[in-house]
Design a protein around this ligand. Structure first.
Ligand SMILES: Cc1cc2nc3c(=O)[nH]c(=O)nc-3n(C[C@H](O)[C@H](O)[C@H](O)COP(=O)(O)O)c2cc1C
Length: 384
């Protein structure tokens, strides 16, 4: 049983919060609903009181200090902006500002509101502070428009709430080192050889490890997504820098090598910007260091090493199996890059977890969910 503060803001999706409240209460949690005035123009506070099987508390403070989690669903663009800027002009905003525990929110708004630069910046701020965002999903809006902005279904939000609650202390005392993003190998002062990695998977893993109580360091090459909050962030734009930064921290308890590190880099870099002319530009690419193999070679007793393999189809999976032993890893996360709906630069992924005890396929899901499944597997390995 957990104590959950359930914030509800004003939007069409407020009705979905009633179902979420029902699911939480059914699962045995104590739910304290906090509706904004705007939310009450869509749904009645009485509905939530009845579902929570308790009246709205007169004094919120005792609930605030005892609560395990603050959930805000739906989260309006307006309240999202308030949270990002620390405004406290209603009870929900005050609660969010005063609450010290984990916060999970399910934004819901018109796709253009979601895509607006102001909202993007506000979302980035919340993520930096460690707020877990579920959705929004792509689909048809109540007003008939199509796009990203629908609140995730109550069952999905509920699953994520349960995941956050179950995992709050699982990795307490553990130091977790994660690499993420794609490296860029300079050709000259402005050009580079890169890859399509967005860093989303590594960022999700770092966030998930932190949510489970670990002390997390994220060694980041180029990220197309904001880094998570409350983790130590180390920039490592090239393969050589990433190698150096990872090896310097290789005594961590759990090491996740999720970055897409260039396998080759230009042997020589032109000074300045090579001027454009009619001549071909020929260069030799030399192999970069194998970071995972080096981490494997120096691994200590009790340490867990997780590698990632981005490869094609069944032959790629076979290579991932070989990689497990060759790189002295405990787990290889295989990612099929022959599909363009998952993996590199996509919001979703489908992976196969390859370990000495067998293989497990994790069906297509948002990368945050995949990260959660990978961490479940790691927790099992830690407790062995
Ligand atoms: C019919 C209707 C539907 C709305 N739906 C949304 C919505 O889905 N998301 C959103 O951010 N705002 C929506 N709004 C605007 C918010 O209700 C408005 O910004 C309000 O100030 C939010 O207040 P709150 O964040 O304190 O709950 C809607 C407004 C109306 C009239």
């Amino acid at each position: 049983m957990a104590r959950v503060l359930l914030g509800v803001t004003g939007g069409i999706a407020a009705y979905k919060a009633a179902e979420l409240a029902r699911l939480l209460v059914k699962a045995g949690h104590e739910v304290t609903p906090i509706l904004t005035d705007e939310a009450e123009t869509f749904v009645s506070a009485k509905t939530f009181e009845a579902l929570a099987r308790r009246e709205a508390p007169r004094a919120l403070y005792p609930h605030l200090v005892q609560a395990d989690l603050l959930v805000i669903a739906p989260l309006s663009a307006n309240t999202l902006a308030k949270l990002a800027h620390g405004l406290a002009d209603n009870v929900l905003a005050q609660t969010a500002l005063a609450f010290e525990g984990p916060v999970l929110a399910a934004p819901a708004m018109n796709p253009r509101m979601w895509a607006h630069a102001a909202t993007r910046a506000n979302v980035a701020k919340l993520r930096e502070r460690g707020v877990v965002l579920v959705g929004p999903d792509e689909g048809e809006m109540a007003e008939g428009e199509w796009g990203v902005g629908r609140m995730s279904e109550p069952e999905e939000v509920f699953t994520r709430v349960e995941a956050v609650l179950a995992r709050l202390h699982q990795l307490e005392g553990k130091r977790v080192l994660v690499s993420a993003g794609g490296t860029r190998e300079p050709l000259d002062a402005v050009r580079f050889i890169g890859n399509r990695s967005s860093g989303r998977m590594g960022v999700a893993l770092a966030e998930e490890a932190r949510l489970r109580g670990a002390e997390v360091t994220l060694v980041a090459a180029y990220l197309a997504v904001p880094p998570p909050g409350k983790v130590e962030l180390v920039g490592a734009p090239t393969a050589a820098e990433l190698e150096r930064e990872m090896l310097a921290r290789s005594d961590a308890d759990i090491v996740l090598m999720a970055a897409a590190v260039a396998d080759y880099r230009p042997e020589e870099q032109s000074a300045g910007k090579r001027p454009k002319n009619a001549e071909p530009w020929t260069m030799t690419l030399e192999p970069t260091g194998d970071v995972l193999a080096q981490l494997g070679a120096r691994r200590r007793d009790g340490q867990l090493l997780i590698g990632f393999a981005a490869d094609h189809g069944d032959t790629g999976l076979a290579r991932a199996r070989e990689k497990l032993a060759a790189k002295r890893s405990d787990l290889i996360v295989f990612n099929d890059v022959s599909r363009d709906d998952i993996g590199f630069d996509a919001a979703e992924n489908e992976v196969v977890l390859v370990s000495a005890v067998g293989e497990r396929r994790i069906r297509k899901a948002p990368k945050e969910r995949i990260a959660s499944e990978i961490l479940d597997e790691i927790v099992k390995l830690v407790s062995k």
